[in-house]
Ligand binder design. Sequence first.
Ligand code: PLZ
Length: 451
Amino acid sequence: MSAALPGGPSLPQERRLVTAIPGPKSQELHARKAAAVAAGVGTTLPVYVTRAGGGVIEDADGNSLIDFGSGIAVTNVGNSAEAVVARATEQLAAFTHTCFMVAPYEGYVAVAEQLNELTPGDHEKRTALFNSGAEAVENAVKIARAYTKRQAVVVFDHGYHGRTNLTMALTAKNMPYKNGFGPFAPEVYRAPLAYPFRWLTGPENCAEEAAAQAIDLMSKQIGGENIAAIIIEPIQGEGGFIEPARGFLTKLVEYARAHGIVFVADEIQTGFCRTGQWFACEDEGIVPDLITTAKGIAGGLPLAAVTGRAEIMDAVHGGGLGGTYGGNPVACAAAIGAIETMKSQDLNAKARKIGETMLPRLRSIQEKHAVVGDVRGRGAMIAVELVKPGTKEPDPETTAAIAKACHNEGLLVLTAGTYGNVLRFLPPLVIPEHLLTEGLDILERAFEAHT
Ligand code: PLZ
């Protein structure tokens, strides 16, 4: 093993290309990957990482790339953030695992207390911890079913909730998530989403019309009294950073309240300061009954949670929730460090500032390039949707070409969307301003070269 220097915030905050992307060492590692790792596990950009921190990722060839991905909205506090490293290291040396269900420890309880306090609503709450986002969503369904004694679950077009069997059923997109992996879990119903850019009658009445259709589906096809949970991302992540038209979420909450349905906000991608607020549903004053979190919660360590109304959470019989690793002590220590960092560095303000820098630049790109159909997002969760000029026909080819051009220039960007035609930007919230600007310059040049 090579004695790698520590990454984290002390890593030089600069873009530096010393080889083609990917360089020879990364290519060599990628050949090893092909021979050793299952082919189904894909890679967006095969540069093999040695260190990361602040707004950069360093690779095995000594290249330093600007990070506009945060490992899919995970390293909101940056990679190897100081407080995360300090607390997780201390915990590693004290003990690594006892299993909370066997012999408990304070870190788990402390994370639950923090989540109960930080999530929307001042009602009494409880939290249960898990390992991944999908596991949190599955458990939210279990809890809602136990509480309501009903079975049906309502999700939305373009929604993403995970890759396990139940969450595949909840996820909308076939390729690559579901194709060939059925049969899927029953009692899952998909309703229309208020997608302003693609709503057939235009964005003006989108919220109202989409809500009416969703409510019609719930009342006529399922029956409100049979629905355990409505699960929705307040801003859809994998679906293409779709902000439901304002008013849509509120109408769903009203329907849920009127019919005793548990309203679940999946804030796995939107949570922890990503959108400039602790949780995206705060923006419309929505108080979910249950909220699922993961990703940004622990600065890169695997941790997830379901937090919600005490009476709902406590409806499950003793021993009904758990798992060997859920709320692992090292992940909990990291979460405490991450939350501390979000507070002390006011990462909500930083996320809003990132949005204020990015949105005007992207709108000016939109003015010059007709391929940009829509620019949208909140805080540091920003996207552009690409279409064939003059139409709304998705343009996944140009999207892929621009992403590749950015990668070649040392800017890591991700794509998303049901049609693969969305470029999404999720920089770490601690990214220095000069890297954000440089990244946007690279993106603009990529649009100039490819459209
Ligand atoms: N809910 C809203 O965004 C994970 C998926 C990447 P896990 N999104 C990234 C991929 O291709 O697998 C996600 C999400 C929302 C649930 C999940 C699932 O979280 O931690 O990946 O299980």
